[in-house]
Design a protein around this ligand. Sequence first.
Ligand SMILES: Cc1cc2nc3c(=O)[nH]c(=O)nc-3n(C[C@H](O)[C@H](O)[C@H](O)COP(=O)(O)OP(=O)(O)OC[C@H]3O[C@@H](n4cnc5c(N)ncnc54)[C@H](O)[C@@H]3O)c2cc1C
Length: 332
Amino acid sequence: MTYDVLIVGAGHNGLIAGVRLAKAGWSVLILEKEPRPGGAVLSEELTLPGFVHDVFSTNQNLLLGSPFYAEHASALAKHGLKYAVGGKPYANAFPDGTALGVDQDLERTLASLRERDPADADGWLRLQELYDLFSPTLFSLYTAPVPSAAMTSALAKAARRLRPRGLTRLAQLLASSTRELGDAFFTTPAAKAMVACWGMHLDFGPDVAGGAMFPFLEIFTDQRQGMSIVEGGASRMVEALVGLLKQYGGELRVGAEVRQITTSGDTARQVVLADGERITARRAIIANTTPTALFGRCHRAAHPGLPRPQPARGPQSRPRRSSTLLTAVQAR
Ligand SMILES: Cc1cc2nc3c(=O)[nH]c(=O)nc-3n(C[C@H](O)[C@H](O)[C@H](O)COP(=O)(O)OP(=O)(O)OC[C@H]3O[C@@H](n4cnc5c(N)ncnc54)[C@H](O)[C@@H]3O)c2cc1C
């Protein structure tokens, strides 16, 4: 059996790659080892019948703001994808029975911060100023392929706009830990927790350098745009992508684990499934899996002489304090 492209893994990124290539006229087969597609996007009736829960990922702001969604929104809607954007994107609940949340209405957010300590409302506004200054640069880098002319141009624009002083401030902010970010802008533990929860979300311990970047972007993006969840559960997004893939002639096979990817020279040729079936790729094999699954398992199985990959080192394995000076960021 032969296809132009074989895609290993039907997470939403694999599905999106499949949709793009099928739309461009390639014959596409996506192979997924689990009984259903979606990877870390899955919704199920976990509690009571009729109550659907997103088991892993739930906030789809990034997909909603992506070039892919801009191009395919109406086609995805025809396949059942509908977003519900909540105006109260997130809140932290505390052991004493109180809570502190973010509201799309800035004044309401400030009022709830002020209730605990006026300094926290001021801190929110100071941090928001930095978000307005830096987020255009960060978002244009975020959506640019790496490396690419678009990325170089985004960096050049940032250098012109922010100048060395602004760039230094940005670097200091991004290299800070979650705790440093919270301490620099907020006074009460509750307000600091509004920042900390997003650092933990990406597995950054409180004192790990670099932990500030995600909270910095997430808190204000959520405050301004709300939180986009899928009506009927996150899996509806996956179902819509599968519908679109099929509409363009692409195929998906579930329960199909890829055990080997064979190569000749520097070209990937075939995948070998767990039951021994071989499928050939004419033009490409795309592995939408972790590097460990690709190089540690699939590629090694076909080439046992390869050196073993080093164990992954996540951010938590580097529990060192960042040495950045957030006070310099504050001074502006
Ligand atoms: C608990 C949790 C909460 C999250 N919350 C959010 C959130 O709210 N918002 C957000 O934007 N992001 C969130 N994320 C991150 C987001 O879900 C992931 O970044 C995204 O789902 C990754 O998609 P992917 O398609 O790249 O990979 P995955 O979803 O990991 O898909 C990879 C697929 O490949 C399959 N596969 C692996 N090996 C093989 C093989 N050998 N053969 C065949 N198939 C194989 C897997 O079964 C899987 O289906 C969260 C992640 C987690 C874990």
